[in-house]
Ligand binder design. Structure first.
Ligand code: AMP
Ligand code: ZN
Ligand code: FE
Ligand code: FE
Length: 279
């Protein structure tokens, strides 16, 4: 099982149906497709999943405000046809476009001759992000590789970095729980202290991503310990983006060996439908 994978619906390099094929080839029984700020890849992944006997959970990786800047929150069991959720995600994607344009403007001001069309050629209508800008820079021979593009231009604190307009965690929690989804905070690494996770739990957090390629065994064990003590569930995933890029902390699909019971527990704890509460 793998509860954190990306496709071309955001900054992954393979289309959703191919992601599913690769998951099947890796021997997985289920995956959650968790593209950044979009559910656009989910129907195609579900369709491919039905053909190949792989369960696909509709998911999304949200960006939210954090004391250090930005934090990623995974939403699970998300419906593709919720107007409230879709309106929320549409605002996030519009802000990604605003930001990508601003990054290009900053690059141009530095004398780096990148065009927004080069970025669009990478994102192809998916939720646009810094990896698309980085790949465009590489293709235009303005950077050596993706990690060079982040180091010189796009990383936090670098000259072409532009912040997103980030929702607060509790806004994400409200939208996700409103559609009976569940929330796990992604790749917190050493920032996942007990006090911080307690605060997130108070604001609606359901689970913590303990297994992630960027988590060494110590981090993993500590996060799992905190989760047990404060009553959070656990999730894990490879954060697979398709073909590996130099310097990336994304794993191979299925590499995190996430137990199937983790998904069962998450699913069992889903909020009850509002109708059921009223009746
Ligand atoms: P964005 O959501 O546009 O800020 O892009 C964030 C994505 O960029 C992350 O999900 C990573 O996949 C990727 N990323 C962040 N930092 C680096 C880096 N130093 N090198 C390569 N990829 C990175
Ligand atoms: Zn990504
Ligand atoms: Fe992330
Ligand atoms: Fe991710």
């Amino acid at each position: 099982m793998d509860l954190h994978v990306h496709s071309t619906a955001s900054d992954g390099s393979l289309p959703p149906a191919i992601v599913v094929e690769r998951a099947v080839a890796a021997g997985l029984q289920s995956i959650a497709l968790t593209d950044h700020d979009t559910l656009a890849g989910v129907p195609a992944a579900e369709e491919a999943g039905r053909r190949h006997g792989l369960r696909v959970i509709g998911g999304c990786e949200f960006s939210s405000a954090a004391p250090w800047g930005e934090m990623h929150v995974l939403g699970y069991f998300l419906p593709s046809a919720s107007p409230v959720l879709e309106a929320f995600l549409e605002r996030c994607r519009a802000d990604r476009v605003r930001r990508a344009r601003e990054m290009v403007t900053r690059l141009q001001a530095m004398g780096v001759a990148l065009d927004y069309d080069h970025v669009l050629a990478q994102s192809k209508g998916g939720a646009v992000g810094r990896p698309h800008v980085a790949r465009a820079l590489v293709l235009e021979q303005l950077a050596q590789d993706v990690s060079d593009a982040f180091d010189r231009f796009l990383g936090r604190g670098r000259p072409a970095f532009v912040e997103k307009v980030l929702p607060q965690f509790r806004e994400v929690a409200e939208v996700v729980h409103g559609v009976r989804g569940m929330l796990s905070v992604a790749h917190l690494k050493e920032r996942g202290t007990r006090s911080f996770l307690e605060r997130l739990k108070y604001e609606g957090l359901d689970a913590v991503e303990t297994r992630h390629p960027s988590h060494d065994p110590d981090v993993r064990a500590r996060l799992a310990g905190v989760a047990t003590r404060i009553g959070l569930l656990t999730t894990g995933g490879s954060d697979w983006h398709g073909d590996p890029e130099p310097g990336s902390t994304h794993g191979t699909i299925g590499s995190q060996q996430v137990p199937a019971e983790w998904l069962d527990r998450l699913e069992a704890a889903r909020p009850t439908a509002p109708e059921a509460v009223r009746s």
